[in-house]
Design a protein around this ligand. Structure first.
Ligand code: GDP
Length: 192
């Protein structure tokens, strides 16, 4: 299935009813195939696309309301394969990060720690909202990473955590909303 091209941020923002809406940039980080695009598609379009046009790799935009306050999230994705690192440019760009692995592939969990460290180094502690996301939780029969392992990693790194299914729309919106709340909290904090 083909996705239509998204309007750019400026035209998206200038709806008559809304002026100067809060905008947050989110970055999906994880190995290829863990379901980053599927999560973005589910969140933005409300459907699961088994095969997304790979050429459409621009950011996705969605307007939503979190705690009664409207916000636009601009979602980017980045594949970090074969021991690759998140690019500094992408790390700087993001205000919120979804570190995604697949519960069906243990190897995709292994580098979450490294990505987290890298983000902290670039953004500083408390410089970004971060959630670890264990995707494909609908594939219980193929599970290689337990819920507890995901939770324990998140606890160790001091991050939020959720298991999601882009296919069955489990906790997809919740994961994005959690990051928006974190960003707002961080922005409202007075540095000590
Ligand atoms: P990306 O490379 O991280 O962007 O991964 P994609 O979004 O392209 O997903 C890779 C493959 O996994 C595709 O065939 C998706 O249909 C499939 N997939 C993604 N999320 C889920 C999920 O939650 N459940 C299941 N069963 N399949 C998924």
């Amino acid at each position: 299935s083909r996705l239509t091209r998204q309007p750019d941020l400026a035209s998206f923002q200038q709806s008559p009813a809304q002026v100067a809406l809060e905008v947050h940039k989110l970055v999906m980080v994880g190995e290829g195939g863990v379901g980053k695009m599927a999560l973005m598609t589910q969140f933005t379009y409300g459907r699961f696309a088994r095969e997304v046009e790979r050429s459409i790799d621009d950011s996705f935009l969605r307007r939503l309301v979190v705690d009664d306050v409207p916000v636009i999230v601009q979602i980017h994705k980045t594949d970090v394969n074969e021991g690759g690192l998140l690019q500094d440019r992408e790390a700087r760009l993001g205000e919120g990060f979804l570190l995604v692995y697949s519960i069906t592939q243990r190897s995709t969990l292994n580098r979450i720690h490294t990505h987290h460290e890298h983000i902290l180094r670039i953004k500083g502690p408390g410089g970004a909202g971060i959630i670890i996301v264990g995707n494909k939780c609908d594939l219980e029969a193929e599970r290689e990473v337990s819920l507890k392992e995901g939770r324990d990693l998140a606890k160790e790194l001091g991050c939020a955590f959720m298991e999601t299914s882009a296919r069955d729309r489990i906790s997809v919106g919740e994961a994005f909303v959690d990051v928006v709340r974190q960003i707002r909290r961080l922005k409202n904090e007075v540095p000590s």
